[in-house]
Ligand binder design. Structure first.
Ligand SMILES: NC(=O)C1=CN([C@@H]2O[C@H](COP(=O)(O)OP(=O)(O)OC[C@H]3O[C@@H](n4cnc5c(N)ncnc54)[C@H](O)[C@@H]3O)[C@@H](O)[C@H]2O)[C@@H](O)CC1
Ligand SMILES: [K+]
Length: 537
């Protein structure tokens, strides 16, 4: 897994590295050399480097120096003369570079900048890095707009200029990078909010050769889960399994209004590997589900006048639930008094439980001021996975704004820290999904935008349930198993987008692609471990 840091922790990491004997000036040299190396791979003849007032600009000046010494023609744009640059380290490298064979442009007009952009093969954006917050001031606001209008090939240094590296928020304009070369470790803002839209391909220059020895000394905002990390869950089934040893899932879901959610979740759980799946649904919709899923038994449960779980549902569902390896509750069940009772009843049982969709909305309704204010409601021994999207997550914590990855992690941590259990995981679903536990925040591979379609969450919940049933006995770190399920869901999105077209994917397409998605994930894991060459086995 690869750590992702907050900007504060990056500063701490730089201090630690300095204490270990590598100064910030040396880090800047290494950063600039790394940028130059990444630019050189694009084989440019003419490079334009835009620099700012701070150390991000310093990295750009070093890169200019290295590239010009390699015989590449380099233009450097700076807001002030090198001697007037306020940041000491950046001023030092700017003076040095200015004395070399580079062309300097101090505070060019918009037209002059446009002309420079026209003759550049590659533009290096070293205007603003982790020191930038708030709204853009001139001249950078004009530079950034001019660059984006010209849409050249852009390599951004550390962070695309204009992006707040703490939150991923873009207030005005931001450089649209083809590649972002980030230093030491990726910053959380590159994954949050507007970040993914501007970053392009992300490359990390670790710079410090003994990074492994120091990275554990700072807190990680999150960790990226790589294909090799989930390889344990991609093994073949042992030859001697039977349908019970593969694990069983009870899907507590559906209503007259939304029988489809129960159908999609149950089928996904079966496709994800559970040996036996059963649905417990309000009686009036049970037949529709039976007809759609001939291989899956459906138990009709007492219902209310709207065809949702009714007053007697709790004991019927809880009696059944005890017999399963894992219970998934929520898809399509609507928010009703009976549904609320069912969700609270399941929380009291000693069975691995996934609460999704309306089960979470029921929980939010049953608590006052957020569930984190009443952790006893969900504190338990058996594993509990909650899978809210940002809006559901906001409701769960009493209405806090949840609008991006950073605020989603904060909200999810409130929930898991209030209970303090290793067996509690919140999956904060969004464009970048975070898997949040007490100790760890994991970022599994994100899927394509095609996954943003109604019912996609029911498929994810089913994949999660099937995976939990299959692997529950062998789990050390629940966050990792959950990340595996999220990654498989992402792969179904890529496979479906390829088959049906990016905009045309519907949730039911994803279900039959769960198997192929596991193959894709398996191949990727083997390839990253060096056990598979080329395009496939
Ligand atoms: N400190 C270190 O050890 C290292 C730092 N590195 C680089 O240094 C960068 C951080 O440097 P700094 O902290 O100097 O910050 P930056 O270079 O990101 O920017 C700070 C400068 O931006 C300007 N600025 C801030 N807000 C602004 C706004 N709203 N509108 C217009 N201008 C604004 C200010 O003039 C300020 O001096 C990193 O992103 C990275 O590129 C790398 O060289 C690696 C080592
Ligand atoms: K930058």
């Amino acid at each position: 897994m690869k750590p992702v840091l907050s900007t504060d922790e990056v500063v701490r990491l730089e201090d630690i590295i300095e204490k270990e004997g590598t100064s910030k000036a040396e880090l800047m040299e290494l950063a600039g050399e790394f940028v130059a190396q990444e630019v050189e791979r694009l084989k440019p003849r003419h490079v334009l480097i835009l620099t700012g007032f701070g150390n991000n600009g310093g990295d750009g000046w070093v890169a200019a120096d290295v590239l010009s010494q390699k015989g590449i023609s380099v233009d450097v744009v700076t807001p002030v003369e090198p001697d007037e640059i306020p940041a000491v380290l950046a001023r030092h490298v700017a003076r040095r570079t200015a004395a070399r064979d580079v062309s300097l442009y101090v505070g060019p007009s918009r037209d002059e900048l446009s002309a420079l952009l026209e003759k550049a093969d590659v533009v290096v954006d070293a205007i603003l890095g982790t020191g930038f917050h708030g709204s853009l001031r001139s001249p950078f606001s004009i530079w950034i707009r001019t660059v984006n209008d010209a849409s050249p090939v852009v390599v951004s240094v550390d962070v695309p200029s204009g992006l707040d590296a703490r939150t991923g928020h873009v207030e005005d304009d931001c450089i649209r990078a083809d590649r972002t070369v980030t230093m030491l470790a990726p910053k959380i803002g590159l994954y949050s909010g507007d970040g993914p839209e501007y970053v392009g391909e992300l490359v990390c220059g670790e710079l410090y050769e003994k990074m492994d020895e120091v990275i554990g000394d700072v807190e990680h905002a999150a960790e990226i889960v790589e294909p090799a990390d989930i390889v344990d869950y991609l093994q073949h089934l042992p030859a001697n399994v039977d349908k019970y040893s593969r694990g069983s899932v009870l899907v507590v879901a559906g209503s007259t209004q939304y029988p489809g959610a129960a159908i999609m979740a149950a089928k996904s759980a079966a496709r994800a590997g559970a040996g036996y799946v059963c649905v417990a649904a309000p009686e009036p919709c049970a037949n529709i589900i039976r007809l759609a899923l001939p291989s899956i038994p459906v138990v009709g449960i007492p219902y209310d006048s709207r065809g949702s779980f009714g007053a007697a549902a709790r004991s019927a569902v809880c009696d059944l639930a005890k017999k399963y390896s894992c219970v998934l509750c929520g898809p399509g069940m609507t928010v009703s008094a009976g549904g609320m009772d069912v969700a609270l009843g399941l929380l009291e049982l000693d069975v691995p439980l996934i609460l999704d969709a309306d089960a979470l909305n029921c929980l939010a309704k049953a608590s006052i001021g957020g569930i984190d204010q009443t952790p006893e409601m969900y504190r338990r021994e058996a594993p509990l996975i909650m899978t809210p999207h940002y809006r559901e997550l906001s409701r769960l914590v009493g209405g806090d704004e949840v609008s991006d990855l950073v605020s989603a992690i904060d909200a999810a941590q409130k929930i898991v820290w209030a209970a303090g259990s290793d067996n509690l995981v919140v999956v904060a679903k969004g464009p970048t999904t975070a898997v949040v536990g007490v100790e760890k925040v994991l970022l599994p591979m994100s899927g394509p935008a095609s996954l943003a379609t109604a019912g996609s969450g029911d498929v994810l919940a089913g994949i999660l349930a099937g995976s939990m049933a299959l692997w529950a006995d062998q789990v050390d770190i629940w966050e990792l198993l959950v990340s595996y399920a999220v990654a498989i869901h992402s792969y179904t999105g890529f496979a479906a987008a390829e088959e049906y077209g990016e905009k045309s994917v519907i949730a039911t397409d994803l279900i039959d692609l769960i198997g192929p998605a596991m193959h894709l994930a398996g191949d990727e894991a083997l390839r990253s471990l060096g056990l598979l060459d080329g395009e496939g086995a």
